[in-house]
Write a protein that binds this ligand. Structure first.
Ligand code: NAG
Ligand code: NAG
Ligand code: NAG
Length: 663
């Protein structure tokens, strides 16, 4: 993987992209339009032939008639141009970008890279030719006939760099004919490679792997269509200038084009059927609380308390480990207990480490109680850095020589203003009445409650989404203290007993789209659900009466696929990880909110965090499902994150030219 090659490539790509972005960002054409346009253009070109194919010898007609025919021909080509330009706006923005980012995601695949490199080169050359034709095709008679003739001849020549040869070479990438570089088509190669590097691919392309394949196809198909238009235009020009008949050549070109198009559709469809349609967000460069992540706070927190205060009698007869479930019963002689926030909730899982220690108290506003604790025996919990507030010496004592009043290290489960531990259970449903579907997801915290917010957009015919209608639907802004807002109905309160979240990917039935999400309680678990609505492909209309919730009701004790736990091993604060998160869970699992590791963080933080980045693909598309999963690294708490599953477009990719028409 020679770095110079990348630089070179990057240059091409920046160049190509730059051209794309000078055009309108919101094109009028959309997903799946390429096939329709290909058909329209083929018909338009056949009609254009009627202009020049009137059994007249153009070399003998008077110049004015020749000019007026020329003008009409240019007019037709111009109309085709503008149709292709609409497509090009979308393809330049999305297809070309896909190709670039694929290259970056597959650095080790030199062979594949080489092929894509060539492909990009061919596409660039084709575009250059096409721009030349557009210039000539505008029809203002400033170009000499000789120039046009020369152009037309170069397009159809047998020269290896002619357009006629370029279209075949590009096609050889897609559907190998045995003469190509490989026996496997581009899309199959890519589909295989994608399975290996799925994560990287998603990070860089901002699309699901299936979208990447489709957008790449779009770019190639558009290029082929440009080539085809140029070839036909050239034959017509030459015919007009009396250079020959070319009826047969034009006919062959059309047949070959239709065959290529059908082959390419079949090839991309079969590759698309097998690649993932999932999309989720990779870690941002820098985590920012409230923007890219949210936290559940103080669910279980490390807490130092003397045994004497852990029992109602104020005795020191037991040892720390006896106190697995208790509460604070006082503050004996106003010792260390006076210097910290008392735990007014449950005190759990106490342990004895050593009698005497230095405690570095944290800034109370941070939500932490301690920055670090250093025991006399040398053990340190947390990160021992400078302690701006000064450390406090905390010493256990003997009572009448028999009983040791030890300081225990416990966990505190305390509800209150310091602890945000609420998860919305109201449903978030798109505006189905106005034909809107869910196109994106993200976690947000509002009034201390975590919500799964939806992005919605208007569904248009043929799986398109109206880009100007896209918006994040505001979450229900209720407060815990509002009247008629109830725990277990409007929201779920995480506690030591109820702190599990199910991790599932859910998909709508065939012909249905994602229109909503929510969490519900199953036992002590929070369980994810999706709302799905039937739709009509051609009209893009939703059928609200055919809507339903879908879930995965499996539990830990289900006979089939019982849920398993995603275990966090000595989890540190997730944003401390220097390696990017990778998915660690699959459907039929759950994760438990818990305290961070005692050694690494004095158990001061609640993990996992919630990834709050917007999960939306580069181009808004309808979704067939969504999921909740966990991503992270070993020895870090990681993040719970939403994923989206893009609608399966492959089902609607059909050969543009049914074989009976090709003859
Ligand atoms: C061109 O060739 C086709 C068939 O090969 C024929 O029908 C047509 O008359 C020819 N046109 C001219 C102007 O020679
Ligand atoms: C797609 O997957 C199915 C089953 O998983 C397999 O039989 C089929 O050969 C695969 N197709 C391609 C094109 O890889
Ligand atoms: C797209 O949405 C905008 C804003 O909601 C609306 O004005 C426009 O008519 C919609 N376009 C289509 C094609 O429905």
């Amino acid at each position: 993987m020679a770095p110079t090659r990348y630089v070179f490539l990057l240059a091409i790509i920046v160049f190509v992209n730059f051209h794309g972005q000078t055009k309108a960002v919101f094109s009028v054409s959309g997903l799946l339009d390429i096939l329709k346009v290909a058909k329209d253009v083929t018909v338009a070109l056949v009609k254009a032939w009627d202009l020049v194919d009137q059994n007249i010898e153009f070399s003998e007609v008077p110049i004015p008639i020749l000019h007026s025919t020329e003008k009409k021909l240019y007019g037709k080509i111009d109309r085709i141009n503008s149709q292709l330009q609409d497509l090009a706006a979308r393809v330049d923005n999305i297809g070309t970008q896909s190709m670039t980012t694929i290259l970056h995601s597959l650095p080790e695949r030199v062979r594949l890279e080489l092929r894509l490199n060539d492909l990009l080169d061919y596409i660039t050359r084709m575009d250059a030719n096409y721009r030349r034709m557009q210039k000539y095709g505008t029809g203002d008679k400033t170009y000499e006939r000789l120039t046009l003739e020369d152009f037309a001849e170069s397009v159809i020549s047998h020269d290896s760099s002619s357009v006629v040869n370029l279209v075949e070479r590009i096609h050889a990438f897609v559907v190998p004919n045995g003469r190509g570089i490989s026996d496997t088509g581009l899309f199959d190669l890519l589909a295989n490679a994608m399975q290996e590097v799925e994560g990287d691919m998603i990070c860089s392309t901002k699309q699901s792997p299936q979208q990447v394949l489709y957008n790449l196809y779009d770019a190639i198909a558009l290029t082929e269509l440009k080539g085809y238009t140029m070839i036909q235009f050239s034959y017509m020009l030459l015919r007009l200038y009396g250079k020959g008949n070319f009826t047969k050549e034009a006919q062959n070109t059309r047949e070959r084009y239709e065959e290529r198009t059908n082959n390419a559709v079949n090839s991309v469809r079969s590759a698309m059927e097998n690649v993932s349609r999932e999309f989720w967000k990779c870690d941002p460069k820098k985590w920012a609380k409230g923007e890219s992540y949210e936290e559940i706070t103080n669910l279980l927190q490390g807490y130092v308390q003397n045994e004497v205060d852990l029992n109602p009698e104020g005795t020191c007869r037991e040892n720390c480990a006896e106190y697995t479930f208790t509460k604070s019963h006082g503050c004996f002689q106003n010792l260390y207990c006076r210097q910290q926030r008392t735990c007014s909730g449950k005190i759990l899982d106490c342990k004895f480490y050593d009698s005497d220690m230095w405690i570095c108290n944290a800034n109370p506003l941070s939500g932490r109680r301690y920055e670090f604790i250093e025991y006399e025996n040398g053990k340190v919990m947390g990160r021992k850095q400078g302690c701006s507030r000064g450390t406090t010496k905390v010493e256990s004592w003997w009572r009448w020589l028999f009983w040791h009043c030890s300081y225990c290290f416990c966990l505190c489960d305390e509800q209150g203003p310091m602890s945000d531990r609420y998860i919305n259970m109201r449903s978030a449903i798109s505006d189905i009445k106005n034909n809107k579907v869910v196109t994106g997801l993200r976690f947000v915290k509002k009034n201390r409650i975590v919500h799964l917010q939806i992005q919605e957009g208007e569904l248009l015919p043929r799986l398109n989404i109206n880009a100007s209608s896209l918006a994040w639907k505001p979450v229900d802004e209720y407060k815990l203290t509002d009247r008629k807002v109830f725990n277990g109905q409007d929201y779920h309160t995480l506690t030591w007993e109820k702190r599990r979240m199910d991790l599932d990917d859910l998909e709508a039935d065939d012909g249905h789209m994602l229109t909503g999400v929510r969490f519900k309680e199953i036992g002590s678990h929070l369980n994810f659900e999706i709302y799905t609505t039937k739709f009509d492909f051609d009209t893009g209309k939703l059928k609200p009466e055919h809507s339903k919730w879908k879930d995965n009701p499996n539990t830990d004790v289900s006979i089939k696929n019982p849920r398993t736990k995603v275990r966090l091993v000595h989890p540190d604060i997730p944003i401390r990880s220097t390696s990017p998160s990778i998915p660690t869970s699959h459907s039929d699992q759950y994760i438990e909110f818990t305290n961070s590791d005692i050694d690494r963080d004095v158990a001061q933080t609640t993990v996992p965090f919630l990834d709050a980045q917007k999960v939306e693909s580069l181009e808004a598309v309808p979704l067939s499902g969504a999921g909740i999963f966990h991503k992270g690294r070993q020895f870090f708490g990681g993040f719970i994150a939403p994923k989206i599953i893009t609608y399966d477009v492959s089902k609607f990719l059909k050969a543009a030219f049914p074989t009976e028409q090709v003859n």
